[in-house]
Design a protein around this ligand. Structure first.
Ligand SMILES: NC(=O)c1ccc[n+]([C@@H]2O[C@H](COP(=O)([O-])OP(=O)(O)OC[C@H]3O[C@@H](n4cnc5c(N)ncnc54)[C@H](OP(=O)(O)O)[C@@H]3O)[C@@H](O)[C@H]2O)c1
Length: 316
């Protein structure tokens, strides 16, 4: 694994796989999707290269993409700029809303081509598609492992029931991870039993939008507007920003107590569970650096309780 003198990164085994990944990975939905994120015309390859360089310098080795992101552009950029050496773990996702589960064979070839790889480390089913056969898809995924196209199977946005069903169709492989929305204010994986189930079955939880697309960094205060499509989301409405303020004040107070930032606090809270991995996206190298500061320290039980009380009153 690539080591960096500057790195304080820590690493976790991804479920039952032999992949060892940085507990802070990098989400790359932002790569090639400047319209969604509102990053303007000048945002391009050079910015992405600087973000990637900073990530690698700080010990990040997990890079998450999807065939969907930027209609393949994120994978393409990754293929172009990522060093091809041991230790970098590329996770991508198959978009399953197609005619049949056999479309996965074509999709994987296209992803491999764009990523400029011979094998994909972690191939995830982006969402459950109840209209296609999951049994067939899982069988096809195992065939991809046998053919050397992918190393491990991951899921994304699956419930406990969906995970169990998917696993039951596999004859030799394990589901090694499930990627779900999980953050200080998105607690569904705790409520629906996923966190407990995954911990018991050694399945990694990869937390997506762990910073709530920037909300949990504390920079979006009432009166401020976000950029791109985000500004249309109810979460970024002025009403929610006002409602969130007391909660963010508590996150701020907890982070100051450890000389950390709200973003670092939000990610550290997720990383308390040893099978959780976070993949924050970033619009600058500075953000990558800040997000890596989520590791190497622990919040106290008292901090956790304080955040819990603030969360409950935010939820109402
Ligand atoms: N499986 C799925 O269905 C699914 C769905 C969504 C995402 N994902 C994956 O999860 C990754 C992360 O989720 P996400 O990108 O939606 O949300 P996120 O990681 O919660 O937020 C990323 C955004 O927050 C802002 N930010 C990040 N670090 C910051 C910092 N330290 N200080 C201030 N602002 C900061 C940046 O936007 P600004 O600078 O513009 O504010 C950045 O683009 C994605 O890139 C993707 O790989 C997967």
């Amino acid at each position: 694994m690539r080591k960096s003198v500057l790195s304080i990164m820590d690493y976790r085994r991804l479920g039952k796989s032999d992949l060892v990944v940085s507990s802070v990975g990098l989400g790359t939905w932002q790569w090639g999707s400047r319209r969604y994120w509102g990053y303007g015309k000048s945002y391009g390859k050079e910015d992405v290269v600087r973000i990637k360089d900073k990530a690698i310098e700080l010990g990040i080795n997990l890079f998450d993409t999807a065939e969907l992101y930027g209609r393949g552009m994120s994978e393409e950029l990754m293929g172009e700029i990522m060093p091809k050496e041991n230790g970098i773990v590329v996770a991508t996702k198959y978009w399953p809303f197609r005619l049949t589960s056999n479309s996965v064979f074509k999709s994987v070839e296209k992803s491999l081509h764009r990523l400029s790889l011979k094998t994909i480390d972690l191939y995830q089913v982006h969402w459950p598609n109840p209209t296609n056969s999951l049994r067939k898809l899982m069988r096809n995924m195992e065939r991809l492992i046998r053919d050397g196209k992918i190393r491990y199977i991951g899921l994304s946005n699956f419930s406990v029931k969906g995970l169990e069903e998917a696993q039951s169709y596999l004859s030799f492989a394990d589901i090694v991870s499930n990627q779900v929305p999980y953050s200080l204010i998105s607690r569904e994986p705790e409520r629906n039993g996923l966190v407990e189930y995954c911990s018991r079955n050694r399945i990694a939880i990869i937390a997506w939008s762990p910073l709530e697309q920037g909300l949990l960094t504390g920079k979006y205060r009432p009166g401020m507007k976000s950029s791109g499509i985000r500004r249309l989301r109810p979460a970024f409405s002025q009403r929610n920003l006002r409602k969130l303020k007391p909660f963010m004040d508590t996150v701020g107070a907890v982070s100051v107590g450890h000389s950390k930032t709200p973003a670092q606090c939000a990610l550290n809270w997720l990383l308390r569970r040893d099978n959780v991995i976070v993949i924050p996206g970033a619009s600058s190298p500075k953000q990558v650096e800040e997000n890596c500061g989520a590791v190497g320290w622990s919040m106290t039980d008292e901090d956790v309780q304080r955040l819990q009380r603030a969360y409950l009153s935010y939820r109402g």
